[in-house]
Design a protein around this ligand. Structure first.
Ligand code: ADP
Ligand code: MG
Length: 220
């Protein structure tokens, strides 16, 4: 059993008479401790695939399995529970709620995943070098701090799967290095990582590099 598997995913968008096939039969598995990087031009379906894998969106065909359990075509609440238990999500930006402090964001994430432990908030932030910023709001953080804070939130529930959508697109090279170091530690800890990226240095660390093109995944 792999931490995350997708079978023949299809996703269509309609606007007026125009149909866009964003995913056309995407299958993939990521093993525990494996880092798979996916590169693909803008519009190739990266964000759509991430949303489907995370259960934030429902595929029109095929299904996703997380921790051995089918996530697709289950109720919103079942998907939310599976996601909270198994999946960490890291977006390019907007990973933190603006009205909560950094510590508050971690606390909320813990509560959602049912693993609330006040004593764990500082250690969680220390891992990304942000313990001193616990009481800061997102608007008070630098770009690099926001990125590291987003990673801390994504890792809060100690997920088995980490999905990231261009996590280093908006950060300087120093922050990219710090994020990469953290991510590689996660891989060593057995997390299955799937990262959509344009970064050659990040992709170079991957166990497997796949390309997404017009909604199709190429395993090369
Ligand atoms: P990427 O993240 O690789 O840039 P996306 O997954 O965002 O690609 O988009 C894949 C395709 O689906 C694109 O052609 C995009 O225009 C289209 N698309 C994405 N979201 C929607 C939507 N909500 N409505 C209509 N078309 C969409
Ligand atoms: Mg995208």
């Amino acid at each position: 059993m792999n931490p995350i598997e997708a079978f023949e995913l299809y996703r269509f968008y309609h606007s007026g008479d125009v149909e866009t096939a964003a995913l056309r039969g995407v299958s993939l598995q990521v093993k525990a401790g494996e880092f798979v990087a996916i590169m693909g031009p803008s519009g190739s379906g990266k964000s759509t695939l991430l949303s489907c894998l995370a259960g934030l969106d429902e595929p029109d065909g095929g299904y996703v399995q997380v921790g051995g359990e089918r996530m697709s075509r289950r109720s919103e609440s079942v998907r939310a529970k599976l996601r909270a238990q198994h999946v960490g999500i890291l977006m390019q930006s907007g990973n933190l709620f603006e009205h909560l402090t950094l510590g508050g964001n971690i606390e909320l994430q813990m509560r959602l995943a049912n693993v609330y432990n006040a004593a764990e908030i500082n250690p969680m932030l220390s891992r990304v070098g942000l313990a001193q910023r616990r009481h800061a709001y997102p608007s008070q953080l630098s770009g690099g701090e926001l990125a590291r804070g987003g990673l801390a939130v994504a890792l809060t529930a100690r997920p088995h799967v980490l999905l990231a959508d261009e996590p280093t697109a908006e950060v300087d090279s120093e922050t990219e290095g710090q994020l990469m170091q953290q991510l590689m530690q996660q891989r060593q800890g057995g997390v299955a990582m799937l990262i959509f990226t344009h970064s050659k240095s990040l992709a170079a660390q991957a166990d497997r590099l796949l390309t997404l093109q017009d909604g199709r995944l190429h395993h090369d």
